[in-house]
Design a protein around this ligand. Sequence first.
Ligand code: IPM
Ligand code: MN
Length: 360
Amino acid sequence: MSRLIALLPGDGVGPEIVAAARVVLAAVADTFGHDFEFREGLIGGGAIDATGQPLPAETTALCQASAGVLLGAVGGPQWSDPSAPVRPEQGLLALRRALGVFANLRPVMTLPALYGASPLKESLLDGVDILFVRELTGGIYFGAKQRDADRASDLCSYTREEIERVLRLAFETARARRGVVTSVDKANVLETSRLWREIATRLGREEFPDVKLEHALVDAVAMQLLQDPRRFDVVVTENMFGDILTDEASVLAGSIGMLPSASLAASGPGLYEPIHGSAPDIAGRGIANPCGTILSAAMLLRHSLGLEAEARAVEQATYEALGRGIGTVDVVGRERGSPTRAVGAAIAAAISEGPARAIA
Ligand code: IPM
Ligand code: MN
């Protein structure tokens, strides 16, 4: 059975990291005997240049017809003029909305091989394993925007249904982990947060009494993430808090280039992307870290294709390569850094030579 995977390389380092992940997915197909069909689409700045639109209708249709979408990154200085009528980021937001991917899973783990890449103490990093669940299609990102010469506003609005569905997913996920949910808000100031907290409390009591629920304010969580990161299991929060906290949490993992994400809808294809941006400063140099994208591809295998063993093989191969010191400059240092392509090839080779092949 052929399974269609939509590839949206996007801007900046996007094409380089998606190419590396494609090589890894091809190794999975070959090793495990699957038939993946890859089709590429335009999104972001490149799409604006080619069509005038950051998300051409053709791309939306491709994504909707696929089993899952793997995206690189969007944006860059050439499209950042504040007076420009359209921006690359609008393409990504529109795609998230079109696919209805309300839950953005962002796992943050620390690997001993990467402790040295983090500015934080090893004693703090040991055993960190957090799953962020970021609400992705509501809040201030999507509320009404207004602008005139001397005044601007962005509305942060949430409905009960939007809050409930992402919280439910967080609770369910916690059941399969260590059973603790930290619900992050700013309930001492924001109405949306007070509604969020009320719903979390009720849902926890009525549907998930076996899961431990704690509420925490976002500013305190920003501090505790660097002070005592092991205390967190599942952290669930609204769109913008989740955006900010996960960039912060990437410092634990050693590099923002390491972190993958899966954005899931109630049904239909998921969207998979590294959490980092298009990194225009290093684009085209072949040195971008492909691991966040490769680990996102693993999440695509798991969540959209139901291929758990294959997902694990990709994750294991990635950790193994890093364990052997094969990584890009951001994680292994300038002296030992390998090119993007070499890291992808090493991970693909580890999959082809791995235990799956021996069993097959
Ligand atoms: C992310 C990114 C995006 C976001 C941008 C590019 C719109 O920062 O995926 O975290 O803010 O959601
Ligand atoms: Mn972000």
